[in-house]
Design a protein around this ligand. Structure first.
Ligand code: AMP
Length: 560
């Protein structure tokens, strides 16, 4: 993290690529981007040692986009990824960064989808092909010339590809590409098998590795929590209920995320503010002053914006988004535990980021223990404790000032003192869930903490991809065969109940009752199980459906 603001501009990427990066909200390049982008832009072969979460996708996608010729309508870059999920993710990242490059198209090629449209997209001149090796070999068997124009090859997660048995397929692909191409290999680990590939197929590669000095972290209690990416906000809200904090800093990756999370916290009554690179210096100073003197309790910041922030009141650091490297993790959590005080650091980890957690543990030489989301009982206890604490000082001499009024109200309304007190409590707690069942209903779904399964099976183009898919699709509640899980951003807080969703989908979608599976209504979203068969058509049909006066906007839900 040595780059100053506007760090991406220093690479001299094509202005349309830079504009897209800025629009995405990235403030500075991550360490792997800092090192890899210039090397790839210059056309060198490269071996990059980096895992998911370091920003490695942009580290190769940006310079590759810079090097292709949008005017040429033929495949120019091939990215190989081990699983269908990763291929789709990489293709989406390319599309995002190429948003302002007219004429650039990206095609994702993977098993389990018809081959015809994939081949057509390649032949129609998609410049970027992102593929799983098995399916790409199927295409090569039909047309061995299909990759003849590719002059940039990226192997993403090369170690995973070998573990999934793609070695033979890789050899077939190497043969189908021009020998003059540029080759970039990314891998979290560099076992002998990967080095052998590099030796045979890369030319004088440059090595890039994030330098990880062992770091010491003392006086900070560290923990991590597994969570799905789209449930981070609700997880953070649950954690805040039970954590006993004074001031807290939360780290996220983008400016937008600072704004979104800070406003979600404010909506729940926390004194929170965002801090990002767009915030003017004097405003930044005001935020820090407010955090120091207690007018603010939570600041949601990007790494850049939090630089130099030193507030002794900070008792907690929440790493809501994973840091890019262990050094910035250590840097972040060093915001707490100041002045000899104890601090606490929590790290949210999505299923795909578990590897990064291991790297952090190795570099810091400490285990970052797993914690669970507080259960409903713990949340209820915390809420009641807060209520007790807020009411105790109010009781004081209230009876002497309001006792007579109370007697009169009891007589006028004709209710018991207990009934009146209960009504006043309901008003004072403003709809907050204060029973176990209601709290349970609002709890976010969390991934299981079981280690990921691996498949060592090989050769068939389908099998490894499916095993990858299973890994990614691990769901808290298993889906029945032929069902897809869909999500809407409408939840209990929008006044939605399961029966409203059911009614709307039955009426507008024209489905039979038994076609609809489990419906889960949470506080800020809902999940519905629908038939996989004809799903896209159904979702189009439901496009304009409204429930409780709001647009349903049902989308296929992907875990992680
Ligand atoms: P990756 O390691 O490529 O899977 O990237 C992890 C996440 O970091 C993705 O959600 C990216 O959108 C995000 N990301 C990558 N580079 C940056 C950056 N320079 N600033 C902020 N976020 C980034």
């Amino acid at each position: 993290m040595t780059q100053e603001f506007g760090g991406f501009a220093a690479f001299e990427l094509h202005p349309n690529i830079l504009a897209a990066v800025i629009a995405t909200g990235y403030e500075e390049p991550s360490a792997i981007q800092q090192q890899s982008i210039p090397i790839i832009m210059e056309g060198h072969d490269m071996i990059g040692q980096a895992q998911t979460g370091t920003g490695k996708t942009a580290a190769f996608a940006l310079p590759i986009l810079h090097r292709i010729d949008p005017a040429k309508r033929e495949p120019q870059a091939l990215i190989l990824a081990p699983t269908r999920e990763l291929a789709l993710q990489v293709a989406t990242a390319f599309e995002t960064y190429a948003k302002q490059m007219p004429g650039v198209t990206v095609v994702a090629v993977y098993g389990g989808a018809p081959m015809g449209p994939q081949l057509k997209a390649i032949r129609n001149g998609a410049q970027i092909v992102v593929a799983t090796p098995g399916r790409l070999c199927d295409h090569l068997r039909r047309d061995e010339k299909v990759l003849a124009t590719v002059n940039h090859l990226v192997l993403d997660e090369a170690d995973e590809m070998l573990k999934l048995g793609f070695m033979d397929d890789l050899e077939v692909i190497f043969k189908a590409l021009p020998p003059t191409r540029q080759t970039v290999l990314f891998s979290a680990t560099l076992p002998q098998s990967i080095r052998a590939i590099a030796e045979r197929h890369l030319r004088d590669p440059k090595h890039v590795k994030i330098q990880t000095k062992t770091q010491t972290v003392t006086a900070i209690e560290q923990a991590h929590l597994l969570v799905h990416a789209d449930q981070k906000t609700s997880a953070v809200l649950s954690l805040l209920e039970v954590e006993d904090f004074d001031a807290l800093i939360m780290f996220v990756r983008t400016k937008q995320a600072t704004l979104d999370l800070a406003s979600a916290l404010e909506a729940k009554g926390y004194k929170a503010a965002a801090l990002n690179g767009d915030i003017a210096q004097n405003q930044r100073e005001r935020v820090i002053e407010s955090l120091k003197d207690g007018r603010l309790d939570i600041v949601v910041a990007t790494d850049v914006a939090a630089r130099g922030l030193d507030v002794p009141r900070i008792t907690h650091v929440f790493n809501v988004d994973m840091p890019y490297d262990p050094e910035s993790y250590v840097h972040r959590i060093g915001r707490t535990g100041r002045a000899g005080r104890e601090g606490r650091a929590l790290l949210l980890v999505t299923p795909r980021e578990r590897r990064m957690l291991q790297v952090i543990e190795r570099v810091t030489g400490q285990k970052v223990a797993e914690v669970r989301l507080p259960d409903a009982q713990a949340v209820l206890d915390a809420r009641i404790k807060k209520l007790t604490n807020s009411l105790t000082p109010l009781v004081g001499d209230a009876e002497s000032t309001h006792g007579d009024l109370l007697d009169r109200l009891i007589a006028d309304i004709g209710c018991s003192p207990r009934a009146l007190a209960a009504a006043l409590l309901r008003k004072a707690t403003n709809g907050q869930a204060l029973t176990l069942a209601a709290i349970e209903r609002d709890r976010p779904l969390v991934p299981t903490s079981a280690p990921r399964e691996r498949s060592d099976r090989s050769s068939s183009s389908e099998r490894p991809e499916r095993s990858g898919a299973d890994r990614e699709r691990r769901a808290p509640v298993p889906l029945a065969e032929g069902r897809a899980r869909c999500r809407t951003a409408l939840g209990a807080r929008d006044g939605i109940a399961a029966k409203n969703l059911l009614g709307a989908i039955l009426n507008e979608g024209g489905l039979a009752r038994e076609a609809i599976g489990r419906i889960q209504v949470r506080d800020s979203f809902s999940l519905v199980e629908l038939p996989e068969d004809g799903l896209e058509r159904l979702l189009t049909k439901l496009k304009d459906t409204r429930v409780a006066g709001k647009q349903l906007k049902l989308r296929r839900y992907r875990e992680d």
